[in-house]
Design a protein around this ligand. Structure first.
Ligand code: SF4
Length: 291
């Protein structure tokens, strides 16, 4: 849940998720729609699908006992595999995320563009060399914590840093220049018009196809272009950011609550909607309508 998501945003979801799926077996036995429903609103839904799939893999073959077995689980990359292998299994694998890249690039005064594969490999090798094989979990968590609280992106707190004596970047006065990054990708504005149709406490929703690359099988409000000539009125507007796309969402309503011809979908009351995976944009629109 913490991939691309802040702790404060994920905590509530995490607690509710564990309440809903208290054991690995519960998660493995659940239908995908139940897992997506519990994840609804948190975004990046491939994480939920991967987690569910990984739970099934583990339920079928047992808990992984090596770095490679952890890495073989769906959705687990080298960073997560190293974190699990070191923290859960005590194995000597350095976990290298953005925080650790920043610390290592500064410690070694390395000016390489930090997202390049060559630099990533080199930072990983340095972290692996520094790792204390007797305490890999403490080392990895120490590095993550150092990057999150002391060696922060802007104005690192070198005056209180426990490794200042070994830091070549600090010695060279380059701590604020490192790591070297590519210029940011421009944010794209995306206009989206959706329609909120209400009928006796129910809302009209459509399901995305299973083949969609984004939000497959999620339920959402119909787009305005699917309801031509419905005599709609603008209801509210809000913004929603997904990676480099800044969505400007306009919600439309029908004054009569009706539209002549509806695209394929259905009417769902609050109880039914609570058990359905809804996109974050749909959730925001429904929340606005409830106020
Ligand atoms: S001395 Fe400064 S730049 Fe070096 S690791 Fe510590 S906080 Fe980061």
């Amino acid at each position: 849940m913490l991939q691309q998501t802040r702790v404060e945003a994920a905590t509530g979801y995490y607690l509710r998720f564990l309440e809903r799926f208290p054991t690995l077996t519960d998660l493995a036995a659940a239908a995908e729609s139940e897992v997506l429903t519990a994840w609804s609103g948190l975004g990046y839904y491939s994480r939920a699908r991967n987690l569910h799939h990984a739970a099934k893999q583990v339920a079928a073959s047992g808990l992984p006992q090596s770095y490679n077995a952890v890495l073989a689980l769906r959705g687990v990359g080298p960073y997560t595999a190293a974190a699990i292998a070191s923290i859960a299994l005590g194995l000597p694998h350095a976990a290298v995320d953005g925080n650790v890249v920043r610390v290592v690039s500064r410690l070694t005064n390395d000016s390489a563009e930090s997202s390049s594969p060559v630099a990533r490999r080199r930072f990983g090798e340095v972290a692996q060399r520094l790792l204390d094989p007797r305490r890999p979990a403490d080392f990895n968590q120490g590095m993550m914590e150092l990057g999150a609280t002391v060696c922060v992106p802007r104005n690192p707190r070198c005056g209180t840093c426990p490794v200042v004596k070994f830091c070549a970047g600090h010695a060279a006065g380059r701590q604020n220049e490192l790591p070297v990054k590519l210029p940011k990708v421009a944010v794209r504005e995306v206009l989206l018009d959706v329609v909120l149709l209400k009928q006796a406490g129910s809302i009209y929703l459509m399901q995305r196809a299973a083949t969609e690359r984004r939000l497959a099988e999620f339920w959402e409000l119909p787009e305005k272009q699917l309801l031509p000539g419905a005599g709609l009125e603008q209801f509210c507007e809000f913004r929603h950011r997904i990676v480099n796309d800044q969505f400007r969402v306009t919600v439309w309503q029908s004054p009569t609550g009706k539209a002549a011809r509806l695209p394929e979908g259905g009417w769902f009351d609050a109880t039914a909607r609570a058990g359905m995976p809804l996109s974050t944009i749909t959730k925001k629109a429904l929340k606005a309508a409830a106020n």
